[in-house]
Design a protein around this ligand. Structure first.
Ligand code: HEM
Ligand SMILES: *[C@@H]1O[C@H](CO)[C@@H](O)[C@H](O)[C@H]1NC(C)=O
Ligand SMILES: *[C@@H]1O[C@H](CO)[C@@H](O)[C@H](O)[C@H]1NC(C)=O
Ligand SMILES: *[C@@H]1O[C@H](CO)[C@@H](O)[C@H](O)[C@H]1NC(C)=O
Length: 216
């Protein structure tokens, strides 16, 4: 098993100091291998962001991803900005549902540093496999289509490079969306954001399509 571990220190807004750690994660729930990143959003508390990709993703073309996010229950919402910054790229955000026994995922798009809108160019399907909650955490496993390729307002194409590390970003808010069962709920602004190079090449799965077919 190849473990590639690095520790980085990232300064966050609000003077928070984050410890980021990348690893390869073999997920017992889905059977997929993920490129995994653990990032602190407050002192001694972190969120894990994992991405699994298909073996035949082509540079410059869209590919599906399985995204897994593990967050402590005090995370109101958290999300990934796939371009590594907030504006003009698919944002994938997750939160606990109103009953606290499930997870809602939503795709958004920000025209600026303003409240992002629901984004129809990508779709996020919460899979039952690998999605769970308990007394301390919630975990979402999501099929994200349209999250790896997008067009900016000026028409340029942008994409994740499947066999390299790509800078992506996270954001965190302590406030759960007001209409927690709706994936178009209003959300409140984040307290913290952070960036890291996500090593997508470490989450490539030779049997991606076969495995994904079995996930519900
Ligand atoms: C109500 C919703 C939101 C509001 C009002 C908002 C507002 C802002 C503002 C004003 C900044 C600039 C802060 C600074 O420069 O210090 C910012 C930065 C940022 N936001 Fe948001 N945001 C929202 C949602 C989101 C979401 C859903 C994500 C990602 C999932 C996100 C990701 C980021 C990131 C990564 C930055 C760092 C600067 C950048 O890369 O553009 N934001 N946001
Ligand atoms: C909300 O969920 C519906 C049904 O799964 C989906 O078609 C739609 O794209 C989602 N909207 C957002 C903003 O994620
Ligand atoms: C709660 O769920 C998280 C995320 O799935 C997991 O890492 C943790 O071990 C679980 N805790 C218990 C006590 O089962
Ligand atoms: C990724 O693949 C391209 C060809 O599609 C190749 O030119 C490039 O060197 C590869 N990058 C790495 C880090 O392997």
């Amino acid at each position: 098993m190849l473990w590639n571990l690095w520790i980085g220190v990232v300064a966050l807004t609000l003077s928070h100091v984050a410890i980021a750690a990348a690893s390869v994660f073999r997920d017992p729930d889905t059977g997929l291998t993920f490129a995994s990143e653990f990032t602190n959003y407050k002192i001694n508390q972190g969120i894990t962001y994992r991405i699994a990709t298909p073996p035949d993703a082509v540079r410059g073309e869209p590919f599906d991803m399985i995204v897994q996010i593990v967050a402590p229950n005090d995370v109101g919402w958290t999300g990934i900005a796939f371009s590594g910054s907030m504006r003009e790229n698919p944002l994938l955000i997750v939160w606990r549902n109103a009953a606290g026994n499930g997870v809602v995922a939503s795709t958004r798009w920000a025209r600026g540093h303003i409240t992002p809108e629901p984004y129809a160019g990508a779709s996020a399907t919460v899979l039952r496999t690998g999605t769970k909650t308990n007394g301390t955490h919630y975990q979402a496993t999501i099929m994200c289509s349209g999250c790896s390729f997008w067009r900016t307002a000026s028409g340029g194409t942008r994409f994740l490079i499947p066999n390299e590390s790509n800078r992506i970003a996270m954001a965190y808010s302590p406030t759960r969306p007001s209409n927690a069962n709706s994936n178009t709920s209003a959300i409140s602004v984040h307290d913290v954001h952070a960036y890291w190079p996500h090593q997508l090449n470490q989450g490539v799965n030779a049997n991606f399509r076969q495995v994904v077919q079995t996930l519900q």
